[in-house]
Design a protein around this ligand. Structure first.
Ligand code: F0G
Length: 459
């Protein structure tokens, strides 16, 4: 069937709908000014198409809602825990699985247990909460993605790969100070780009030589596996779950947010092989998250995640998912809007630095573009650039490697005509890019400033 007809359709039909609220452009200008030009401060019902994140925003399936009814809320040893555990271990056969309320709780627990002042943690690219959790312990977070990963125009098929030589050099110099090597699949902050199995194997080999454990930040593992299946030589005929198990087999552990590929609204976990470390992590879990058979979750959440894990490795779903992201990127490409190429799995990243050369990185071209997309069309994207990453632990500011605006696509939530509208708005804003203002920050916290900082345009 898929061979005879070209159109890739949504592999579902709609069963329950949510209304959208339409504001005028003038109304949106007022709303965003009141929000301090920070899109995180908006009321979500003032947003028309919400591409802020793909995290926890996906549409759950009929079967996930049904699974929620099976939720058993026993404090200890709930049947829902065993359903969850089996679904996780089916794909990630780690002996220890520690449920958390979301991904960053897993990060906090792991890094509290293994990192501290003087330590160095490499990653292809740390996600913002991962970096913050590493730095909070006093350790240093270092990004070692391959050079192509910093070039928005490079068409490398696995732009999320770790620079293995750079990792080796780091371990030669600081081996004793590196408690873990992390690989983020897909590499969210580097454009949602995948990591190849070959690269994971090479990282593993280097880690073995220096006796350092390797962990994966696996939020978008199913999308990464689909890219491996469709792009990596020799992988085409393998099933997605098999590829996922291969990725897991190379790692000593994982942190996970169930709000991404597993299509749950909340949840996460930490999984690992090391018994002693698992015990320390469980003790920390009990302090802040809960008993080890529920972590920070209700029994019903555990059930929804288990069902989502089964659905997210379905090939019809993944073909539609990856194609619909590429559909947006390809249309913007044809319209001459610079984006990170090739398209990521969960998001399209607009290259704000290239589109707005008149705005210095420290005047936040990504923020400027994100605000303009909201004002013009009610689209909420997310700056991933100097606002998010420019603030240094010592309080100074440095331009980030790239200034991007991420349009993250919630899973199974928007239709093709929603995306056609997004294409129209982005193309319109891009055509008057030279008129967009630089911004300055008028108020900011000491860490993770992008969530709460307030801005004003510099006219
Ligand atoms: N790691 C990666 C690669 C992520 O993308 C995220 C979250 C986390 C860890 C933390 O997980 O939100 O469950 O605590 N990313 C979201 C995003 C927030 O918008 O990309 P969490």
């Amino acid at each position: 069937m898929t061979d005879r007809y070209r159109t890739i359709i949504e592999p579902f039909r709609i069963h329950s709908v949510e209304p959208l609220r339409f504001l005028t452009e003038d109304e949106r200008r007022v709303k965003v000014r009141e929000a301090g030009y920070n899109l995180f401060n908006l009321h979500a019902d003032d947003v028309l198409i919400d591409l802020l994140t793909d995290s926890g925003t996906g549409a759950m399936s009929r079967d996930q809602w049904a699974a929620i009814q099976h939720g058993d809320e026993s404090y200890a040893g709930s049947p829902s825990w065993f359903v969850f555990l089996a679904a996780v271990q089916e794909l990630f056969p780690f002996p220890h699985v520690i449920p958390t309320h979301q991904g960053r709780a897993a990060e906090k627990i792991l890094f509290s247990a293994i990192a501290g002042p003087g330590n160095v943690v490499p990653n292809n690219t740390h996600f913002d909460t991962t970096r913050a959790n590493v730095e909070y312990t006093g350790a240093e977070a270092i990004d070692l993605v391959i050079p192509e990963g910093h070039d928005p125009a490079s068409d490398h098929p696995f732009k999320g790969n770790m620079d293995v030589e750079a990792l080796e050099a780091l371990l030669v110099e600081h081996g004793d100070d590196v408690p873990v090597v992390f690989v983020t699949i897909t590499n969210n902050s580097g454009g949602g780009q995948p990591v190849s199995l070959e690269n994971l194997r090479a990282v593993r080999t280097v880690c073995d030589r220096f006796a350092v454990p390797m962990f994966i930040d696996a939020c978008r593992f199913a999308e990464n596996a689909w890219f491996i299946k469709t792009r990596e030589p020799g992988q085409t005929d393998r099933s997605v779950p098999d590829i996922v198990r291969d990725m897991a087999a190379l790692a000593d552990g994982m942190t996970m947010s169930a709000k991404k590929d597993p299509m749950a609204n909340i949840g996460g976990w930490l999984a690992l092989r090391d018994d002693a470390l698992a015990e320390r992590c469980r003790n920390l879990l009990i302090l802040t998250e809960g008993f080890p058979t529920y972590g920070g979750l209700a029994g019903r959440d555990l059930e929804a995640i288990a069902q989502g894990l089964r659905e997210c490795v379905d090939e019809h779903y993944l073909r539609y998912r990856i194609r619909s992201t590429a559909y947006l990127a390809d249309a913007l490409d044809r319209a001459g809007v610079p984006t990170v190429r090739p398209a990521g799995g969960h998001a399209v990243y607009l290259d704000a630095r290239a589109l707005l050369p008149h705005i210095e990185p420290t005047s936040y071209p990504g923020q400027s573009l994100a605000v303009a997309l909201y004002e013009a069309g009610g689209i909420r994207g997310c700056e991933i650039g100097t606002v998010m990453f420019g603030q240094q632990p010592d309080g100074t500011e440095r331009p980030a490697a790239m200034d991007l605006v991420r349009l993250a696509i919630p899973r199974r939530t928007y239709t093709q005509s929603h995306i056609d509208y997004v294409i129209e708005v982005v193309t319109d804003v891009a055509s008057r890019a030279a008129t967009l203002s630089p911004y300055r920050i008028v108020e900011q916290p000491a860490q993770l400033r992008h969530f709460t900082a307030r801005f004003e345009p510099v006219r």
